[in-house]
Structures are given as structure tokens and as C-alpha cells.
Design a protein around this ligand. Structure first.
Ligand SMILES: NC(=O)c1ccc[n+]([C@@H]2O[C@H](COP(=O)([O-])OP(=O)(O)OC[C@H]3O[C@@H](n4cnc5c(N)ncnc54)[C@H](OP(=O)(O)O)[C@@H]3O)[C@@H](O)[C@H]2O)c1
Length: 314
């Protein structure tokens, strides 16, 4: 009985050692080497090559090594077995740090003061809005959105969310579905994207959305923070909206092409902050421990935690 590691771009041997430590009873095999395809019961994947999980007759479950699962659905011949993803408190906390950090940079006008320092200029304009005056709108109110919303609300921000289904959380304004999107955007100064990449969310961060954001906020023009997926953003629209003032600033952790190409205007645009898709890094040991717990659940006849629904795509 074996677990197949099917990944590209990550260091295989360190993952093999970790899995072996957490699952000593299983043989750990990997794509690219000879192994008995009939003995594979579990697969742990990150951006596996298309079709590489086909022809595994005993396969029971596929575990995404990341929180996002769009890489799974990029494989059109993904076997019809149970799917699960990573939910890890450490990853969740890191994402909230990222969202809170960039909302606070905006609230406290830190970019202005960095500029003033470079120019040795002392201008104390006393025009600091309070957190309660700044409306943050979070697209996607799942595991990551909920945690970030709670931490932003604890700091006093006026937080709303938009998701497929409404959320009942005290102090959080919840909007859902197509009819909820306009009202949600109309009360948003800082738009935070934490949606998964699915066919429904492809290119959703576009001019049509940005022009509906609030124009009467204390920060001036609205801002965008995208720490979800690059596939959700129309990058030409973001640049054009920064150029014409529809957006004041965009903080982007994810891009349609990663690594971000050297020729991208995002690198040098004064209204853009680029981070290299590391808003919320995963702790590999925590991921292997989670997958070991998931396999133990299956052995005991329990359902998987954090299942992925094929029909929704997340
Ligand atoms: N940058 C990074 O380092 C990094 C790290 C980890 C994860 N991520 C990204 O963050 C994403 C979110 O993670 P999560 O754990 O919070 O996911 P999650 O728990 O699955 O939550 C997804 C949320 O998005 C909403 N949603 C999905 N499709 C929608 C649609 N068409 N319209 C409206 N709402 C929709 C869901 O609505 P319902 O509540 O109604 O189902 C849910 O609230 C991941 O998929 C991944 O792409 C990025």
C-alpha cells in the first residue's frame, strides 16, 4: 500500500522524508520513478502533470498540498475519487497577517510617510481616518476570509463580505450572490480578494467591478488587495484603472503568470505593491501531519475533513 507524491516545482526528497516520518506504515513513491501503480491508495499533489493520476486502480483519495485546488481541476482526467485540501491554522493566521498589514498600511498612509522620509519632508497633516471610517470588503468568506474579517473587526475596521451563501457573523455585513455584489462593492474602500479560482471567479476583478467601488471613502480612491488567485484578476484592467484613478493602489500577491515576468508593468508601477505569492506559506510538516490524520480517518471509516466539491470547483 503506498502514497504517491505527484508534484512539480517543489523539492521531492524533503517531502518524501516528511511523509515517511508521518506515515511510517506506507510506502512513499513518486512520479518519475518506477512504482507499482496497483498499490497506490493515496496521492498527495501540487500541480501534478495532466493525466498522471490516471490508471491507479486502488486510488481512494487525492490530497491537495495547498489550500487552493485549482491545480487539481486543471487535470481534465482527474480520477473520480475523494478530494481534500489543506486547512491549517498557521497558514490561516499568516493570510490574516497579510490582509491586516496591507489594510493598516493604507489606513495609516504609510506609503505617504515613506515618501516624505525619502524627501526629508515633515508634513503632519493630522488627517488620519479612524479604522471605523474605512470600509473593507472581502470577496470570499471561507476559512481565510472569516479569520481575516475577525481580525480586521477587532482593529475597528468596518468589514463586509461577499460569498455564494450569506454568513451570519456578528458585526459583519454579509452579501451574497449576483444581487448582493453591487451593494457590497458600493460600500467598499479596500477590496480584498480571497476567492478560489474557479470558472465562476475567472477574471472577476475587472473594470466593471472596480467602477462600482465606493468613491466617497476617507482614503480617497479605492484600493485592491488580491491574495486569492491570479486567475481572478484582469491585469490590463487593473493597470488601466490605476492609471486613470479608478483605483488608488493595488497590492498583489498572485498573478496570471508566476513568477511575474520581468517585463510586467506591475514591477515598476508606483501604484502597485508586488509580493511573490507568499501571503500565506504552508508549513510542510503541518501539511504532512494533516494528511496522515486524514488517512487515519479513512482507515476508521470517517469522512475526510476539508473535502473539495467537484461541482463547485473548491
Ligand atoms: N496567496 C496565498 O498565499 C494563498 C494561500 C492560501 C490560499 N490562497 C487562496 O485563497 C483561496 C481561499 O481559501 P479558503 O480556505 O478561504 O477557501 P474556502 O474556505 O473554500 O472559501 C471560499 C470562499 O469563496 C466563496 N466563493 C467561491 N466561489 C464563489 C462565487 N462564485 N461567488 C461568490 N463566492 C464564492 C465561498 O462561498 P460559500 O461560503 O458560499 O461557499 C467561500 O466563502 C484559496 O482557494 C486559494 O486560492 C492563497
Amino acid at each position: 500500500m503506498s502514497l504517491l507524491i505527484a508534484m512539480t516545482g517543489w523539492d521531492l526528497e524533503s517531502w518524501r522524508q516528511r511523509f515517511q516520518r508521518h506515515l511510517p506504515a506506507l510506502e512513499i513513491v513518486a512520479l518519475g520513478e518506477a512504482f507499482d501503480r496497483r498499490s497506490v491508495r493515496f496521492a498527495a499533489t501540487w500541480k501534478h502533470p495532466e493525466g498522471s493520476l490516471a490508471g491507479l486502480p486502488q486510488l481512494e483519495a487525492i490530497f491537495s498540498l495547498g489550500a487552493g485546488v485549482d491545480h487539481l481541476f486543471a487535470d481534465r482526467s482527474l480520477p473520480d475519487v475523494a478530494l481534500a485540501r489543506v486547512v491549517d491554522p498557521d497558514l490561516t493566521a499568516r493570510m490574516s497577517e497579510y490582509v491586516v498589514l496591507h489594510c493598516l498600511i493604507a489606513l495609516r498612509q504609510q506609503r505617504l510617510y515613506d515618501r516624505q522620509q525619502r524627501e526629508a519632508t515633515w508634513i503632519d497633516d493630522r488627517n488620519q481616518p479612524a479604522a471605523r471610517d474605512v470600509r473593507v470588503g472581502i470577496l470570499g468568506m471561507g476559512v481565510l476570509g472569516l479569520d481575516a474579517a475577525g481580525k480586521l473587526m477587532a482593529l475597528g475596521f468596518d468589514v463586509a463580505c461577499w460569498s455564494r451563501t450569506r454568513r451570519d457573523v456578528q458585526g459583519l455585513a454579509s452579501f451574497a450572490g449576483a444581487e448582493g455584489l453591487g451593494p457590497f462593492l458600493g460600500r467598499t474602500d479596500i477590496l480584498v480578494n480571497l476567492l478560489p479560482a474557479t470558472p465562476d471567479t475567472a477574471g472577476i476583478l475587472n473594470r466593471g467591478m472596480f467602477t462600482q467601488l465606493a468613491r466617497d471613502g476617507r482614503l480617497g480612491a479605492p484600493m485592491l488587495i488580491n491574495a486569492g488567485r491570479g486567475a481572478s484578476q484582469d491585469e490590463d484592467d487593473i493597470l488601466a484603472c490605476l492609471d486613470d484613478g479608478t483605483l488608488q493602489h493595488a497590492t498583489l500577491d498572485v498573478f496570471r503568470t508566476e513568477p511575474l515576468p520581468a517585463a510586467s508593468r506591475f514591477w515598476s508601477h508606483p501604484g502597485v505593491t508586488v509580493t511573490p505569492h507568499n501571503a500565506a506559506m504552508s508549513d510542510p510538516d503541518a501539511i504532512c501531519a494533516l494528511i496522515a490524520r486524514q488517512i487515519d480517518r479513512l482507515e476508521r471509516g470517517l469522512p475526510l475533513e476539508y473535502p473539495v466539491e467537484r461541482t463547485r470547483g473548491y
